[in-house]
Every structure is written in C-alpha cells, then in structure tokens.
Ligand binder design. Structure first.
Ligand code: PAF
Length: 285
C-alpha cells in the first residue's frame, strides 16, 4: 500500500489504474480510523479493483470553537489499518496541498443544510461539500462509501452528486456500534471512563425510538419525548438537538412519513456525539 501526499501524484496513480481499466473506490475519512471506517473499506475493497482511503482533517468543516486542533491524528496507525483491509492507497494531503494560498472556491447547498448539524454547526456542510467535491475530482472514483452515522452528510453528498451530475455512485454503510451500543466515532477517544458510560444514553435513546417506531408509533412528538426522557436521565448529557426529520428534505415532521430519521446530537461533557435511527418503509410497500 502506498501513501500519497500530493494531488499530482494521486491523479497520476488514478490515470495509471484507469489505463488498465480498473474500477476505483473511495472511502473519505479524517483518520483516527475505527471499525466504522473499516466496514467502509471492506465494502469498497469487495466492490472495486482499487481503493483509496483519504485521511485528511479538513479545517474548513470545523467551526472556530470546535475540535480541529485536538482532532486525533495518527497516520502510522491509520495506514496500518488501511493496509490490513486491502486498501491500495492512503491519500494524505497537507492543508496547503488542498487549500493553497488564495484558495477561493466553495460548494454550498441551498437546502438540506439548515437543520440538525447544519443548523448547529454553521459552515460545516460547506466545508464537507467542498472537500468531498475536491476528493471526487482528484480520485475520480466509480464508487464512494460513507457512514450512515453522519446521516445528514450522506443525504447532502448524495444530493450534491445528483445535482452536479457527478458520475460517482455514493453508498451509505450501516452504523457500527460497540458491543454495548455506543456508535463508533473517532470522538469517542475524548471520553473519560465516566463519560464513556454516560455516552450510552445516546444509543439507549435511539434504540427506544426504534422500538417505538417499529411498534407502529407515528407521532414525532411522542418519539422525541421518549428520546429526550432517556437522555435527560443522564446527568453528564446535554442535548444539542433531538429531531425527527424526513429523509427527503431533512425538515422536521409531525407525523412520521415513509422514510425519515430520528437524529440526535448530545454533549457528554465537552464531547459532542451524534447518533440516529433511519426508518425507510418505501421499499417494504
Ligand atoms: O465524515 C467525515 O469523516 C468527513 O466529514 C469527510 C466526509 C471525510 C469530509 O471531510
């Protein structure tokens, strides 16, 4: 496995693969790889001839008071994981390589970004769309794989690809959880032992929502109340948002439609974690 750090070298490698008629998969990450990322790599390796995992902590998707400086970085460990999963290249550009002096072009969405994390983290999805767009242009993948844990991000990227007529096919992969239910996240490493136990209120509340919805509950306020009750029982938890939204437009619903998302963001101490439950009855009917 190779580690490539420049756009020119990455493009040259892609050109080589394309000349051989090989298909390319991309798993974009910010590093600090965990089993969630590994599941994306496994799927990409199974479906594509060559796989690129990008490891880039993208400064423009972090707000001024967020954790950009402290975000865990360990390229050696990440590269070893990627190699063990059969990834062909880790693309690890510097900030200057991705955003040279006078960089001046950003990708914004008109909809889907004004609720949930988009509302709470102004500019976040502008940063995500911009970097993902750049990665798609650099790697020109046939398929790209993202985690369902970042459900709003996934919906936005799918929409960007469709609106801008990009050729890449985007796939969402299921949330991977610890044995006790906590959704895997690079930010889990910030938690103290006490906070790690407290963080279980996220998955507990999501499982409660799932139980209600699978039991036939269709009133969003009832689902939200049940989720909030579980989280508020945990003294170390502070709710950032709890919302039930339509999958089509990420807008809050009163009555659960065919496809939607129960999405939560919760601070455990200073660490902000997200989780969600996706329901989709469109194919079942
Ligand atoms: O989900 C992430 O890790 C990031 O938002 C992404 C998609 C790699 C863009 O920086």
């Amino acid at each position: 496995m190779e580690i490539i750090t420049t756009v020119a070298d990455m493009k040259a490698k892609v050109a080589e693969w394309k000349a051989e008629g090989l298909t390319i998969g991309l798993t974009p990450t910010m590093g600090a790889l965990h089993e969630g990322h590994m599941s994306l790599m496994e799927r990409a390796v199974a479906e594509c001839d060559r796989v690129v995992t990008s490891v880039f902590v993208n400064p423009i998707q972090f707000g001024p008071n967020e954790d950009y400086d402290n975000y865990p970085r360990d390229l050696e460990r990440d590269a070893a994981i990627a190699e063990s999963k059969g990834v062909s290249v880790v693309f690890h550009p510097s900030v200057e390589e991705m955003y040279p002096e006078n960089y001046n072009c950003y990708v914004t969405m008109e909809t889907l970004t004004d609720t949930l994390c988009g509302a709470k983290r102004p500019g976040h999805f502008r940063g995500v769309c911009t970097v993902v767009n750049k990665l798609f242009n650099i790697v020109d993948p046939d398929k790209a794989f993202f985690g369902q844990k970042d459900a709003q991000q996934l919906a936005i990227i799918k929409r960007m690809v469709s609106d801008l007529n990009m050729r890449v096919k985007v796939f969402g992969c299921p949330i991977v959880r610890e044995e006790d239910g906590l959704a895997k996240s690079s930010r889990n490493t910030y938690l103290s032992a006490e906070e790690r136990t407290a963080a279980l209120c996220l998955s507990r509340s999501i499982f409660k929502a799932q139980e209600l919805i699978e039991g036939g509950e269709r009133d969003a306020a009832t689902v939200k109340r049940a989720v909030i009750e579980v989280i508020e029982a945990e003294p170390l938890a502070r709710i950032d948002y709890v919302e039930v939204v339509s999958l089509a437009n990420m807008q809050p619903v009163e009555t659960l439609g065919e496809a939607g998302l129960v999405a939560i963001a919760v601070y455990i101490g200073k660490t902000r974690l997200i989780d969600n439950f996706l329901y989709d009855y469109t194919e079942a009917e």
